[in-house]
Design a protein around this ligand. Structure first.
Ligand code: C2O
Ligand code: CU
Ligand code: CU
Length: 463
């Protein structure tokens, strides 16, 4: 539904039995019965209102990842939508090890008034590939693994004016690994009552790669340019994606955008690396292949069944290609204002696992309501992330730009506006940021969802 100022969406969160593996049914937690959930499409500057009704047997929280969103609709882990029909027998509301339990949840019964919530997104932001997913306290990994993730695309006039591939040749690809039991159910390791379980140490990894919910799919393509909006929606797996074979001359993946929308200029890559939650918007010209070529999208960080991601079968026909990748993608307003030399504060965030097993930021496991830092609205800050392990660090509310890695230039995958940055073991990554428009409480966390659930998260308040 839509009116003069607003686009409305209704989503019912419910269990659904999906056909993911041949001949088997997988019981999933879904947005509207599908995995991924329905793709929401917004216009920059036009409000989008999404009404969620929770018919799942457990509480949920909806977060718009990459959304420039007032705090009331940001999806704070305690702002739950309780189950409309009450908790299922045997469902536990307890959190992962190391995470405080949700207050007041025990013994709660369903209440249809509480079983729904309306999220309001002003969409006061540029065109970008966003996604929405569960953000329930201490249980985000399980919720997303079971299917609570979907795309939310933002379009704007500046991007529409560019001759980029569109329509059937603009394809969001949600890449996520999963494991299954023999009967087709999602296999997610149970949290043990006490202590941190080994299964969560590196995050939960699957051995089947799903693209838009299908294992190793095949797409028949015209010999033409395609825009592929790559999203790594995996709980913990990192990918190095490459086309095999490469077209003559290489540089098959022409990156045009990143988490926060279009780059200033395109960057050609042979391969791209995606940590959890990162988006890479790339244009691939299948016209560079001979018709009949089967082009595999492969993951060079995988082994065995996690190498193959999907396949493109290049056909010899299809209507012509009038698309192009311009030299200047432009549309990058505000970059100048983010000069790190103008930073009023430099803050350091240490992502560490303590010797007692707790996952912490600056020595603290997540404590809701205790902001770690309180930046001022509208001021430029430099944030320095220092890690022990691999941690994809994510910040809510506003995107940032990567300034340096270990005091050297940013890496090949750091271009553009980012909301998640892959920090390698024992690395220091500096980003420059500025929070705008919406004062209030937001989150900073590791987007390895098991690390997040084990409390590697912090509040910050913008004032
Ligand atoms: Cu995609 Cu706070 O998360
Ligand atoms: Cu987010
Ligand atoms: Cu982590």
């Amino acid at each position: 539904r839509t009116d003069g100022t607003t686009d409305y969406y209704e989503i019912v969160q419910r269990t659904a039995r999906l056909n993911i593996l041949p001949g088997l049914r997988t019981e999933a937690w879904t947005y509207g019965g599908s995995f991924p959930g329905p793709t929401i499409a917004s216009r920059s500057g036009r409000r989008t209102v999404v009404h969620h009704r929770n018919e799942l047997p457990q509480p949920v929280v909806v977060h718009l990842h990459g959304g420039h969103t007032p705090t009331a609709s940001d999806g704070y882990p305690l702002d739950t939508i309780l189950p409309a029909a009450g908790f299922a027998a045997g469902d536990s509301s307890s959190s992962m090890p190391g995470m405080p339990d949700m207050p007041g949840m025990e013994g709660m019964v369903g209440d249809t008034r509480l079983g729904q919530r309306t999220y309001t997104y002003p969409m006061n932001q540029r065109a970008a590939t966003l996604w929405y997913h569960d953000h329930r306290m201490g249980r985000t990994g399980l919720g997303v693994w079971r299917g609570l993730a979907g795309f939310h695309l933002v379009h704007d006039d500046a991007e529409d004016a560019l001759p980029l591939p569109r329509g059937q040749r603009d394809i969001p690809l949600m890449i996520a690994d999963r494991s299954f039991t023999a009967d087709g159910s999602f296999r997610y390791p149970a949290a043990s009552a006490g202590g941190v379980t080994d299964a969560y140490m590196n995050g939960v990894l699957g051995d089947v790669i799903l693209v838009n919910g299908a294992p190793w799919p095949v797409l028949r393509t015209d010999p033409a340019r395609y825009r592929l909006r790559l999203l790594n929606a995996s709980n913990a797996r990192r990918y190095r994606l490459e086309l095999d074979p490469q077209p003559p001359g290489g540089s098959a993946l022409v990156q045009i955008g990143s988490d926060g929308g279009l780059l200033d200029r395109p960057v050609a890559h042979d391969a791209v690396e995606l940590a959890p939650a990162e988006r890479f918007d790339v244009v691939v010209d299948f016209g560079r292949y001979r018709p009949g070529t089967r082009v595999r999208l492969v993951n060079r960080l995988g082994s065995g069944s996690t190498v193959e991601v999907m396949r493109f079968d290049v056909t010899g026909s299809g209507r012509g290609d009038d698309s192009a990748v311009p030299d200047r993608l432009g549309n990058d307003a505000g970059t100048g204002a983010l000069d790190p030399a103008r930073a009023v504060a430099t803050r350091t965030f240490l992502f560490r696992q303590q010797r007692d097993g707790t996952w912490t930021i600056n020595g603290e496991p997540y404590r809701p309501g205790h902001p770690l830092v309180s930046p001022k609205l509208g001021t430029v800050e430099v944030w320095r992330f220092i890690t022990d392990f691999h941690h994809p660090v994510h910040v809510h509310l506003d995107p940032f730009r990567v300034v340096s890695r270990n005091d050297r230039a940013p890496g090949p995958y750091d271009a553009g506006w980012k909301d998640t940055v892959d920090v390698q073991p024992a690395e220091a990554v500096e980003v420059v940021t500025r929070f705008t428009d919406y004062p209030g409480r937001y989150l900073l966390h590791c987007h390895n969802l098991e690390h997040e659930d084990m409390a590697m998260m912090a509040d910050f308040t913008v004032g």
